[in-house]
Design a binder for this molecule. Structure first.
Ligand code: 16G
Ligand code: MG
Length: 550
């Protein structure tokens, strides 16, 4: 039970004194860790409201800043089924975080209780975890202060990857129901994942080691744990070589390593010393992104990003569904964002003959769109993604009586995948086991995987402008609606390039505009990105001038 007094007293220990405006964005609140005290305290209060509003279901709280530098941190809420916080509540999070004083906070709280019709006598529950950042324990103290102020019963899961916390949240809320998702513990996660991995492999051999760069983040110790539950290749499992798993020297987090480093720089982290044609992958700081890569026989770096993982998964699952006799009964679709390489989209529609959808950037958008298919494969090019099976799909898969040994075998693999793949959010650990299973089934090295299609040359640039908020995108961020005239200038530039495609969108996590361009050659893609970037700078400064002259 919460009282105005307990809220203000707790808040006085974590006052909002930074003078900042906070915003719950695509990845929750994220910024320099030393600015987050009051925000985390208030997120605890928000969790109590959310839990009570949802009749005492358990809400997850994750303290992490993913691939950001070590001095940053962040916090986000997880809804009962392990999904991202419902969009309309992001506004409440922002309102609470920006209440200017302790007293104002209590007022905002009381107003939310009224407006949202929250019954304060309901028992509120939360689970939480953090990544390995040095600032984590301090922020946990602020969180506990908040939980105590509003009377939340909580379980501290200490260090977890973000997807593990999503998993635990769903498990707690489905326990003992027909949707039981598993044992709500870290060990439960390992046992379920390892068992499903073995079943999905179905006796196929994994050749050669997989080198995993853990970004010096929480994925390192957690992958080390997971491996204990999985046999080595010689015993029918996998040989994993872990690099960048230093979580003691926290300044090494995401430094010269991790999925974001690899995707942005298009090169392997220096610590990765794999031989040509050996499979390598990188996680990000909280292990919800995964990027594969290898060095080809001519010593060229080859990236196998989120688009590649999505196409590989869609190819495999589509084949399994057909081979199991469920081809007509399972509608497999692929969800991407505007950043997906055009060649990957063509491959899905023309070669795999599967439907695609394009959504705004941010996992919650992709996840939502993916649930519209029976089996929705979603990945951002940056490596965040998963595959979601609808309730109907699960029913069909579990009830189907195979008519031949071949159907039975495909069905078994499909069933195992529904347990192997984290249904709550993108999960680098479960995604990497999925990739390994698929490559083993197909007897593919990364070379064959890479040959499925040829990426269009592309370029991503970051442009700083006085006010990114004037850039308003529509049509899944593929077109700018504002500033006026900007899109027609971009269209004119794109029209000059063969296979040209380009868009500009305001970043949701940084004070910048991102410009993406594709074209027939690398030189042209670079040039197009530069020109569109220049246009962005020009229209932004014209906008400032015209606003100033009004
Ligand atoms: C966040 C999103 C990620 C997205 C990225 C875009 C989640 C959990 N994370 O990291 O999906 O790709 O933001 O960043 O939704 P941007 O808006 O700065 O380009
Ligand atoms: Mg992440």
């Amino acid at each position: 039970m919460a009282s105005t007094q307990s809220i203000t007293e707790g808040s006085a220990k974590y006052p909002n004194s930074t003078g900042r405006t906070f915003q719950y964005g695509t990845a929750g609140f994220r910024m320099k860790a030393n600015l987050l005290d009051s925000v985390v305290y208030r997120v605890a209060i928000l969790a109590s409201l959310r839990s009570r509003k949802l009749h005492g279901q358990t809400i997850g709280v994750m303290i992490t800043a993913s691939h950001n530098p070590p001095e940053d941190n962040g916090v986000k809420l997880v809804d009962p089924m392990g999904e991202m916080l419902e969009g309309s509540w992001e506004t409440h999070a922002t309102t609470l975080a920006n209440a200017p004083s302790d007293k104002a906070l209590a007022e905002v709280y009381n107003k939310l209780v009224q407006d949202l019709n929250v019954d304060q006598s309901i028992h509120a529950r939360a689970v939480f975890a953090r990544d390995t950042r040095a600032s984590g324990p301090h922020l946990v103290a602020a969180l506990l202060e908040g939980f105590n102020a509003v009377g939340v019963e909580y379980v501290d899961h200490k260090l977890l990857t973000t997807p593990q916390l999503h998993y635990v949240t769903r498990c707690v809320n489905t326990r003992g129901t027909s949707f039981d998702y598993g044992d709500p513990t870290e060990q439960g996660y390992y046992k379920k994942t390892a068992k499903a991995f073995k079943a999905a492999l179905g006796g196929r051999k994994i050749h050669g080691p997989l080198t995993v760069d853990c970004a010096n983040g929480v994925g390192g110790p957690k992958l080390t744990e997971l491996i204990k539950y999985i046999p080595k290749a010689a015993q029918g499992g996998i040989d994993i070589k872990i690099v960048n798993d230093d979580v003691v020297n926290s300044e090494r987090l995401n430094h010269q390593c991790g999925a974001d480093f690899v995707k942005t720089n298009q090169r392997a982290p220096p610590a990765s010393q794999a031989n040509p044609l050996e499979r390598c992958c990188s996680l990000d700081g909280d292990a919800d992104r995964l990027i594969y890569y290898f060095i080809d026989k001519d010593s060229n770096f080859r990236l196998l990003d989120g688009d590649r993982i999505a196409t590989l998964a869609a190819l495999f699952i589509g084949d399994l569904a057909r081979n199991a006799g469920l081809g007509e009964k399972l509608r497999v679709g692929v969800v991407q964002t505007a950043y997906a390489n055009g060649a990957s989209t063509s491959y899905v529609t023309q070669d795999l003959k599967l439907p695609t959808s394009c959504t705004n950037t941010g996992v919650k958008h992709l996840h939502h769109a993916a649930t519209k298919y029976d089996v929705g494969v979603y990945f951002e090019a940056n490596g965040h993604g998963t595959v979601v099976f609808s309730e109907l799909a699960l029913k069909r898969i579990n009830k189907y009586e195979p008519r031949s040994p071949a159907q039975a075998s495909a069905l078994d693999t499909l069933k195992a995948l529904t347990d192997l793949i984290n249904q709550t959010t993108g999960d680098a650990l479960s995604d990497l086991l999925l990739v390994e299973v698929i490559l083993a089934h197909k007897s593919w090295s990364p070379k064959e995987w890479d040959l499925t299609y040829t990426d269009l040359p592309n370029r991503l640039v970051r442009i700083e402008v006085p006010d990114r908020n004037i850039f308003k995108a529509v049509d899944a961020e593929r077109r700018l609606e504002s500033p006026p005239g900007a899109q027609s200038r971009i269209d004119a530039l794109v029209g000059k390039y063969k296979n040209g495609r380009s868009f500009a969108r305001a970043s949701g996590t940084e004070d910048a505009v991102r410009v993406y361009a594709e074209a027939a050659t690398k030189g042209e893609a670079d040039e197009l990105a530069q020109l569109v970037g220049k246009t962005v700078v020009e229209v932004a400064s014209q906008f400032v001038q015209s606003a100033g002259s009004k």
